[in-house]
Design a protein around this ligand. Structure first.
Ligand code: TXA
Ligand code: MG
Length: 341
């Protein structure tokens, strides 16, 4: 299949380009679109034929449900079979549009292929003018997983989508880099108390400021429980080379790094470590407390490591609070080995 590239300027959206992308959606094809978290692979959420193309292009396991993207509340009501209580509305008002997916009981309009047979559906209103314009123009909600080959880091640039999916999908909207850089937080509001199923662009502390009862799904705090979000059980983001994750204090991480030969190893770490060690191959994600900056650069350096002549990677974990917990979640999923220092 020939993949068409549609270049759109986020600051000055050309409506004819949105119409071009919309035509593919109406023809049950997949279109990669920018969002503020990562690029998504969008298709008509009400069309099983379109949805099957998403699974095929990504090589995605069929038991992993898709997030449905909406541009307004009328679309939300089409997708769910659940009352929007005051608690839920407060959360929606605080974080939508934005990097938060809410899991509701699904309506009959959502095909089983979207929800992977679950009785629920994840819904997100993205905070990106191009994504919102495409959803509005299409007049249907758009199911969109991250636009990568399953298992690889999510794409934060159109070129990452091209590398993974050129020839497999109808079109890629080329726009700016995703400014958040990791996926949305998934919050289940279909049962009480509300539970975080996947860590993401909104921290649990931010959610608890709105609703103090919000908790993590048990599977996110122990290794025994079955995750309620099927995607959590898959290995993800992993570079093809071995990747060692160092957990523990900055002092211990630094002391450990000084004991080993780093000649053909890429060190991905923070300024406070990089400035205090002499290694040939390194990438700094920024200051250790600037979680947002680190989220913005993480997936890209994991992708770029594939092209470097190194034999393995070492990455240092962040402090485990706020969005540092999201960063650590992605690093733990990507790592082939971990050391607790
Ligand atoms: O930021 C994002 O969320 C991006 C952009 C494109 O919106 N999308 C994204 O989609 O990351 P994906 O498919 O790569 O990850 C969706 C995650 C999976 O872990 C999946 O298991 C979970 O959300 N999920 C979706 N629907 C669910 C449901 N009904 N119940 C539990 N988990 C669900
Ligand atoms: Mg994904």
């Amino acid at each position: 299949m020939k993949t068409i590239l549609i270049k759109i300027n986020t600051q000055n959206i050309d409506e004819t380009k949105i119409q071009q992308a919309k035509q593919f959606i109406l023809n049950h094809e997949c279109v990669a679109m920018p969002t503020e978290t990562v690029y998504g692979l969008a298709a008509n959420a009400f069309s099983p034929q379109a949805i099957s193309r998403i699974f095929e292009a990504k090589g995605r396991p069929s038991d992993n449900p898709l997030i449905v993207h909406i541009s307004d509340e009328a679309m939300l009501l089409d997708c769910i079979d659940q009352e929007i209580t005051l608690e839920i509305r407060t959360i929606m008002n605080a974080f939508w549009p934005g990097p938060l997916t809410l899991v509701f009981k699904k309506s009959h309009r959502i095909p089983d292929v979207v929800s992977a047979g679950l009785p629920t559906v994840g819904i997100r209103m993205p905070n990106h003018p191009i994504a919102l314009a495409l959803i509005k123009a299409s007049c249907v909600p758009l199911a969109a997983p991250s636009a990568n080959i399953s298992g690889k880091p999510s794409p934060t640039k159109a070129s990452h989508v091209y590398d993974d999916l050129n020839g497999k999908i109808a079109a890629i909207i080329e726009a700016d880099q995703s400014h958040i850089g990791v996926e949305s937080t998934v919050l289940d509001v279909s049962t009480s108390p509300f539970t975080v199923l996947r860590k993401g662009g909104i921290s649990i502390e931010q959610l608890q400021m709105i609703d103090a009862d919000i908790k993590y799904d048990d599977a996110l705090v122990n290794n025994i429980s079955t995750p309620k979000s099927p995607g959590q059980k898959y290995k993800h983001y992993a570079p093809s080379k071995p990747m060692l994750l160092l957990e523990g204090s900055l002092e211990n991480q630094l002391a450990y790094l000084k004991t080993i030969s780093m000649d053909d190893i890429l060190l991905i770490s923070v300024d406070e470590i990089i400035q205090n060690i002499n290694v040939p191959h390194y990438f700094s994600l920024g200051s250790r407390h600037d979680f947002e900056k680190a989220m913005n650069g993480l997936f890209e350096i994991l992708r770029e490591s594939e092209f470097l002549s190194i034999s393995s990677l070492i990455v240092t974990a962040f402090e485990d609070y706020g969005l540092g917990a999201t960063l650590n979640d992605r690093l733990r999923k990507a790592a082939s080995e971990k050391i607790n220092l």
